[in-house]
Design a binder for this molecule. Structure first.
Ligand code: T5A
Length: 207
């Protein structure tokens, strides 16, 4: 049996990743391809517990280094317990965020050393890289307004960040795409949903 494809979705808050993930699974399912949606941080019961720790706003500070290590701890559990087994069964995995999020948020956003992030990535998932990454790009103000309009609940530690932080994250993502154009495709996520869907299905067709 051939290995499934590993597709990751990236972008700032409110870019539409969860919406697109479901569309992608439905589109693949209609073509006889079994695909599953998962997310980071999280994706398995244990990794979801780490998600809670890293996203929750609490009285105690979480340093950028601790934040990064928690992201990779959750990722290690997720990769070994869910992603690799699913791919080995021939399923496609659509993952809402992966290591590009660490590069963009902890690297470009928080200013941590990218070389250290790459060392952790190599240690945690070595040979496993996404076959394709869809970067949903849109202006920060639009993303935040969509995210805030949708959640209605209290902002998590990231949603509480200032706009300049997300501007750095967005620029970081665009640099990642520029440096790896074969893997990362930029989708104009500011467009209406039918347009975004068309851009996404075109990318899936080519896989
Ligand atoms: N993080 C994560 C790190 O810092 N480092 C890491 O390594 C990792 C893995 C996770 C947080 O953790 C950080 C980044 C994040 O801050 P999350 O819940 O995964 O948090 O991420 P969010 O981006 O906060 O998730 P959101 O649900 O806010 O964003 P989505 O999934 O991009 O957006 P979605 O699909 O829920 O859409 C938001 C709203 O917009 C509408 C939807 O209907 C919804 O109401 N919408 C559109 N409206 C108009 N036109 C379109 N084209 C639309 N597409 C969607």
């Amino acid at each position: 049996m051939s290995r499934g494809r590993f597709i990751t979705l990236e972008g700032i808050e409110g870019a539409g990743k969860s919406t697109v993930a479901q569309l992608a699974v439905d589109w693949l399912g209609a073509r006889g391809i079994t695909a599953r949606v998962t997310r980071e941080p999280g994706g398995t019961p244990l990794a979801e517990r780490v998600r809670k720790i890293v996203l929750e706003r609490g009285p105690e500070a979480v340093s950028p280094q601790a934040e990064t290590l928690l992201m990779f701890a959750a990722r290690s559990i997720h990769v070994e317990n869910l992603i690799r087994p699913a791919l080995a069964r021939g399923e496609w995995v659509i993952c809402d965020r992966f290591t590009d999020a660490t590069r963009a948020y902890q690297g470009y956003g928080r200013g941590l050393d990218q070389a250290w992030i790459e060392q952790l990535a190599l240690a945690v998932h070595g040979d496993l890289q996404p076959d394709c990454t869809l970067l949903l790009d849109l202006p920060v103000a639009m993303g935040l307004s969509r995210a805030r309009g949708r959640s209605g609940s209290a902002a998590d530690r990231f949603e509480a960040e200032v706009e300049e932080f997300f501007e750095r994250v967005r620029k970081g993502y665009l640099l990642i795409a520029q440096n790896d154009p074969r893997r990362v495709r930029v989708v104009d996520a500011a467009r209406a949903l039918p347009d975004v869907t068309e851009q996404v299905t075109r990318a899936l067709e080519s896989l």
